[in-house]
Design a protein around this ligand. Structure first.
Ligand code: BTN
Length: 330
């Protein structure tokens, strides 16, 4: 382990406590004169270290998504372990992940940013990405599947995000088909999956980008969002750990993803139906001829939404948007 990493480990182990230059030099068995330089190199990597002439140094707990913070305690085998690209600022983590995937980076490569200057949402929308409030993460997937199975991947992603919010912070997160995540009709997370296919109609790779509102004050969201927003902090009334949520998310994404690849689509579909907030609801949905209405009755074996209209006819909604509340608009 490099010296700055060893120093970081010591500061972590004593999180919040002051350590003098002399004690750090003793623990690391290096001359006291180089401690200042090592601290500087940690700061250059994005860590915040407080300095006091009398007391020495201490690490400020900043809940940043730096690789060391997230990887410590990350219980995955692949996701985030092979490649973890961290940016303090980027245009869009999906853009970067698409470039990396095109260069051949492996499945499970993760791109994370503290803020995005051009975060992208579905249907050409922008994703509000203020610094350090949310999680903006993209993961490269290389499922050996035909393109027609992509909606199945899409459903598992929604399941993993909703499960994470439920497991980590006891939030009643539900999936609004295809994969918006809402709490009591307020949007807390969105997923943008971008698929690159081979000429044989196989998936070459998928970049799945997930945006979660974590420590966002409600009053700082743009006023004109299509669906009313919420954040974990707003729901729990206290700021929470983004590191913990990202670790939980990567773990559940990995586990649900390999569940699909190992053939248990049925288990994912059942969980997706259980977490769905549209089933049983009157919805409107896009058709080539405009909006149509009906009752969402099921999600079929392909991951498509089935809607029954007033004449009893079943419509298979393959993609696009469904609208539940009259307040939603496009
Ligand atoms: C949506 O609900 O419209 C999808 C939003 C997806 C936002 C995430 S944030 C990380 C990744 N990078 C992007 O530019 N978009 C996705």
């Amino acid at each position: 382990m490099s010296l700055p990493k060893q120093l970081l480990r010591v500061l972590y182990d004593n999180q919040g406590q002051w350590l003098t230059e002399a004690s750090l030099s003793r623990i690391l068995q290096v001359p006291a004169a180089i401690i200042g330089g090592l601290i500087k190199s940690l700061c250059a990597d994005g860590y915040q270290v407080e300095k006091s002439r009398d007391k020495g140094y201490r690490l400020i707990n900043q809940d940043s998504l730096l690789p060391d913070e997230v990887r410590r305690g990350l219980r995955t085998d692949v996701f985030g372990q092979k490649g973890y690209f961290y940016f303090r600022e980027i245009d869009s983590t999906n853009n970067r992940a698409l470039e990396l995937a095109a260069q051949g980076y492996p499945e499970g490569t993760v791109v994370v940013a503290e803020t995005q200057t051009a975060g992208r949402g579905r249907r050409g929308r922008t994703w509000h990405s203020p610094a350090r409030h949310g999680i903006y993460v993209s993961v490269i997937l290389r499922p050996p599947l035909p393109v027609r199975d992509v909606p199945r991947v899409s459903l598992l992603l929604g399941v993993a995000v909703a499960e994470t919010l439920e497991a980590e912070y006891d939030l009643p997160a539900r999936i609004k088909w295809p994969n918006d995540i809402l709490i009591n009709h307020r949007k807390i997370a969105g997923i943008l999956s971008e698929v690159v296919t081979s000429p044989q109609h196989e998936v070459d790779y998928i970049v799945t980008g997930i945006g979660l509102n974590i420590n966002n004050p409600l009053e700082e969201f743009p006023p004109d969002l299509r669906t009313d927003p919420t954040s974990v902090m707003a729901e729990r009334d206290t700021p929470v750990s983004r590191v913990r949520i990202l670790q939980g998310l990567l773990m559940r994404l990995e586990s649900r993803y390999y569940q699909l690849l190992e053939g248990d689509w049925g288990g994912i579909l059942n969980k997706g139906k259980e977490l769905s907030m549209v089933l049983g609801q009157e919805v409107k949905f896009d058709t080539p001829g405009g909006l149509a209405a009906g009752k969402a009755v099921d999600i079929d074996n392909n991951g498509f939404l089935l809607v029954q209209d007033e004449h009893g006819k079943i419509h298979t909604v393959i993609s696009g948007e469904v609208y539940i509340s009259p307040a939603e608009h496009d």
